[in-house]
Ligand binder design. Structure first.
Ligand code: ARG
Length: 464
């Protein structure tokens, strides 16, 4: 005799129901209910295919379709009673379908298994997130392009080692991030194209003896084709790992930009003013305006990369095909997706609202001997001095300016000629930061004309 409390899906083999602790460790409904819409879409496609293949009657398929729509509206309306005893979203939906339509519900699970079902649902969910990430990245790129266009010729210091290196333009700096987020965008698109194969119909692991049409369900769910190996189809979580890898790299980019905004918005730098809408105040220090959004974006990479590492470790030793370990995939991906989307949206908002402080940027651009390279290049170009020698002369002049507490353009011609007699008045034309950035016309360089060309190129890419 079967115990009344044993599971209605597999109670036939079981004499007793699970221990409460077993139920607690086994259940995923607490989180996989987020895949309800995908689960129902998958079941609808499967039922329609079963009818077309003659495996179930059209009447049963119609009852299943109607019933699933009712279940969906109950879930969306918040009246659905989720049950931990029913373990996961797949069994919760099916059990409720049985309550609503009775016997035909029992025919839905013909020629499939929860193994291909969960892989299908999860893929559909991840695919939606890749689409959301694509929109988020595009919006952020557009915001950066506007900043780059507005400040294509604003001069600012460029850094290496966070030491003043050479003057660059605000637009050039913004466009560096456009390139980074542009690569994220292309990774998102690659990942989507690679993952878009349907696991549905792989059944438990070996395929099925029913005459199913996997092309039909693949097409109905927007997949490019059915996955070609049923063992692989149910055990593959590459799409989740790839999602997390792409998200991790993008989160690193977000974090690096966030770090720059934290530095730039400080009183010591004043390169940028963040809007009130994306800052917070201090409860004790009235003067403060904190870049909290930037700081939180900087921190998000921790949990996103953590999710990536966690799922890598879950998957690394699993034999084919499905193992229950794989149920641990979803919370990692859900959390990473939520936080990646939030970080993208917050960064877009911050970039849209922020004001570059043109005067502070310009004042900082000229300090720190930022045009020393221009001086050396001038000697090479005009005096035909070997670069290594020009570097040495320039170093001597920088040391002289440093000891006098002035900048390079403040040295007199006589001072300079004392170090190298060939130097002429013309040298002062390259010591200005505007001249410096204007001269860097090599492809991808910081000259405003180059920046504008890159903005135009990106606008064309986005329009196409
Ligand atoms: N809740 C499970 C998961 O998320 C669904 C698949 C269960 N399959 C099984 N054979 N127990 O992975």
């Amino acid at each position: 005799m079967t115990d009344q409390s044993s599971n209605q899906m597999w109670g036939g083999r079981f004499a007793a129901g699970p221990d409460a602790i077993m139920e607690a460790i086994n259940a995923s409904i607490g989180f996989d209910k987020r895949m309800a819409a995908q689960d129902i879409a998958g079941s609808r496609a499967h039922a329609a295919m079963l009818a077309a293949a003659g495996v179930i009657t059209d009447n049963d398929a119609e009852a299943i379709r109607e019933g699933l729509l009712t279940v969906l509206s109950e879930i969306e309306g918040g009246t659905f009673q989720f049950s931990t005893a029913l373990e996961d979203i797949h069994m919760n939906v099916e059990a409720r379908l049985k309550e609503i339509i009775g016997e035909p519900a029992g025919r839905l699970h013909t020629g499939r298994s929860r193994n291909d079902q969960v892989a299908t649902d999860f893929k559909l969910w991840v695919r939606d997130q890749l689409d959301a990430a694509e929109s988020g990245l595009l919006a952020l790129i557009r915001a950066l392009l506007s900043q780059a266009e507005a400040g294509a010729d604003w001069v600012m210091p460029g850094f290496t080692h966070l030491q003043t290196a050479q003057p660059v333009t605000w637009g050039h700096h913004m466009m560096a991030y456009v390139e980074m987020f542009g690569r994220d965008l292309s990774r998102v698109r690659d990942a989507r194209a690679r993952m878009n194969e349907s696991p549905l119909g792989a059944a438990a692991l070996a395929g099925t003896s029913f005459p199913i049409d996997r092309e039909m369900t693949a097409k109905a769910l927007g997949f490019d084709r059915p996955a070609a190996n049923s063992l692989d189809a149910v055990s593959d979580r590459d799409f989740a790992l790839e999602f997390l890898s792409v998200a991790s790299i993008s989160a690193v980019h977000l974090s690096r930009f966030a770090e720059e905004l934290v530095i730039w918005s400080s009183a010591q730098f004043r390169f940028v003013t963040l809007s009130d809408r994306f800052s917070t105040g201090s409860s004790i220090m009235p003067q403060k305006k904190n870049p909290d959004a930037a700081e939180l974006i900087r921190a998000k990479v921790g949990r996103i990369f953590g999710a990536n590492t966690a799922l890598m470790m879950v998957m690394k030793g699993l034999p084919l095909a499905y193992s229950k370990d794989m149920q641990e995939d979803k919370e990692q991906v859900f959390d990473a997706a939520d936080n990646w989307m939030l970080a993208l949206a917050a960064m877009e908002g911050m970039v849209k609202d922020m004001t570059g402080n043109r005067e502070s940027l310009a004042a900082a651009a000229g300090s720190g001997f930022s045009t020393a390279t221009d001086l050396a290049d001038w000697m090479v170009r005009v005096l035909k001095v070997p670069f290594r020698d020009a570097h040495h002369v320039t170093g001597t002049l920088v040391a002289m300016a440093e000891s006098r507490g002035c900048d390079l353009p403040d040295l007199s011609l006589a001072d300079m000629q004392g170090v190298h007699e060939g130097i002429t008045d013309d040298i002062f034309s390259v010591l200005g930061v505007e001249n410096s950035v204007n001269s860097r016309m090599s492809y991808g360089g910081t000259a405003p004309a180059q920046v504008r060309a890159q903005v135009a190129r990106w606008r064309e890419i986005l329009a196409g």
